[in-house]
Every structure is written in C-alpha cells, then in structure tokens.
Write a protein that binds this ligand. Sequence first.
Ligand code: HGY
Ligand code: MN
Ligand code: MN
Length: 409
Amino acid sequence: VSTLLVEVDGARLLQRLEALGRCGLRSGERYRALYDDAWVEATAVVASWIEEAGLRVRRDAVGNVWGRLEGTAGGRVIVTGSHIDTVRGGGTLDGALGLVGGIEALAALRWIGVRRTVETVAFCEEEGSRFDTQFWGSRAVIGDITPEEAERSRDGDGTTLAAAMRARDLDPARVREAARDDIDTFVELHIEQGPFLDEEGPRLAVVTAIAGTAHLEVEVRGVPDHAGTTPMSRRRDALRGAAAMMEAIAAVARDQGDPAVATVGRISVEPSQVNVVPGVARFSVDARHSVEAERRRLAAAIVQACERVAAERGLAVHITPLREREVVPTDERVSAVLRDACRAADIEPRPMPSAALQDSQIMAVRSAMGMIFVPSIGGRSHRMDEATKPEDIVLGTRALATALAMLAR
Ligand code: HGY
Ligand code: MN
Ligand code: MN
C-alpha cells in the first residue's frame, strides 16, 4: 500500500522556529539553558503553541512540556519530540526542530484522527550545557534521575540543579514523578548536524544507531619549576605533556578512521602562572563511534596513547572514566515505518548513524525508538549559523507526521 504524505503548515513551522530561536538571544549569542530565564520564556511559548494546536498541555515534575492527542483506542502511547535547551552559542534547530515539528505534526494528525494516543514533548534539557548532568529531561521520563543528583549537580556559579528547580516552582524531591511506563514508541526528528546529507544527499535519512561515547578526565602530573632558571632539558612540564597527548589522541581517532572522533574540549593547568612551568594539567576527552566494539577499541587506544606519552616524558598520568554510553541501535520495526514515510515523499532515505547524542538513545531504554534526519547546511551545528533549507525542514516534518499517522493507525 502506498502512503500519502501528510501535509503540515510549513509557513507556521518556519515562523515558530524563528520565534523560538529568539528566546535566549542576547547580544548576538543564543543560549537557552536548563531553568534559566530564556528557558522559562521558551517553555511558555511552546506550551501556548501546543494549546493552539488543540492538544492537552501538561508540564511534568522536571519541566518537560507535553502535548497530548487522544486516540480512540487508548493503550500505550507514541511520543515524538526533542530538547528545548541549546549549547552556548547554539543555533535555531538543534532540538527545536524536533519539538516544533512535533507540534506541527500533531496539529496535522488532529484533523486526520488517530486510533492510538500520540504525544509531543519538549524535553527540558539534553545538552549538559549548564549543570554537570545531561539528558535531564529524557532521563526523568525513563525514571533514571534522583533528587540526590539534583542536589549534587552544580552549574558554573555553584548553583545546584535543585535550587534552580525551586526557583522555577519545581520540587526536586518529586523528580521521580516525571517517570512514565506507558510509552512504547519514540520517534525524533533532528538535523543531521554533520555534512553528509548536505554534500551527498538524499534529503532525508533514517538513523541506524546512535553513537556511543567515552568521556575521560586525564590528569597529567609533572614538576612545577621556575620558568627562568630551569633549563629546557631538565623540565617535566605537565602542560607540554598534555599537548603531546592531545595530538596523539587525535592521531588515534584519525588512524581508526570515520566515524571515530575524539575531542579535547576542556583544559586546566596548575599553578597557571606566567612564570611557572606547569606542574599539573587536566583535560577532558570525548571519544565516539557508532559501532560498539570500535568505540571500546578507540577508548582503550586513547588511554594507551596517553600512557605512552607520559612514559616518554617522565610524567605521571591518571585517567578517570567519567561516563560511558554504549552505542544504541534504532528499532527495526519503527525504522521500517520511517522509511515508508520518506518514500511517501518519493525519497529513498539514507541509512546512517547519528554521530551526535540524542534524547532518543535514552528513550530507547523503555520504548522502540527511531529517528529521521534532515540535512544541515555545511554540516554546521552547535554554532549560531546552524541552518537547514526551509524546504528540507518542511519535508522532514511532513515525513514525521506521516510516520506518526502510520504508527497511530
Ligand atoms: O553532545 C551531543 O552530541 C549532543 O548534541 N548533546
Ligand atoms: Mn540535539
Ligand atoms: Mn546539541
């Protein structure tokens, strides 16, 4: 049976993405972080759009915003959506597309009618930009957060996540109430955030797996010394050791080949003085691969490379694994529906892994999960000039609406 592509209000979709993009825009930089003022503004705007779509709006115990389209058959729920927060200096589409597109898709489904109940969600946080936690919204939904974590996690100013919740009239003691066990399917529309669809096409992809990560903290210890009196040959400079490790880490990922990637994104030095040879250097490593065995091999090779450099330079190195996230495959049955929805638009979607982390990988713990990607112009994301062609934004949303209609039949 051939499926008809569901129509959505493309003009309104594009307008709303622009409007949401203005939340958190200050002196040319966009930043919408969990429970900050821009976040409050954005959640209010999204709630109003959900109501406008004729859906029942609900805010849960962590501030996720839900819209519900009741099906005639009841039963377990199909959910679509994405995250409302951004990185510092983020764009208008990462996360926003999935939740604004979700609202548009449900607005369209409301006219078609659904047998199964479908909901859309704006997850309160995914990026880990403000607090030392990540996926706060989706982890709440699968029951993977605790009040203790809210008390423990702090932002750069020392504010606890719990205090930030209280400031928004949310009770951190009740975060477990956001958990649900009635969601059996989760579908997310997202921008690719990489260059492949833009460069090589087609205009739609169906995600095969979400890359796994290894986050490490590397501490390099040398000897602090006088920057004037210590000859170069006698130094055990922790920062130069760290610099050599960073190059070695990049070489490990490059040698393993795509889609292996490794990033050092945070660094600190002690004593951090102009005239003292650094005694300690600490840096983070984010290593990713979309094949689980390769992800493990990459992480192990990075550890080895750091140890080798340390040994060569007479430095001590201590590596702490911060967090491991395994590769998460998408659900084959859901993906088959997503492929059919893309075909309704006359596009044979490209199967591809997600190199970025996604709320979907969390939702997959309890639900059959699938994702649709649209191209990112120049592969640009996590930056202000993140963009997707308007016609691709509309196309992706139509494919999402079509897939939801099929799943809700
Ligand atoms: O880090 C990630 O991949 C995601 O965009 N938060
Ligand atoms: Mn995202
Ligand atoms: Mn992101």
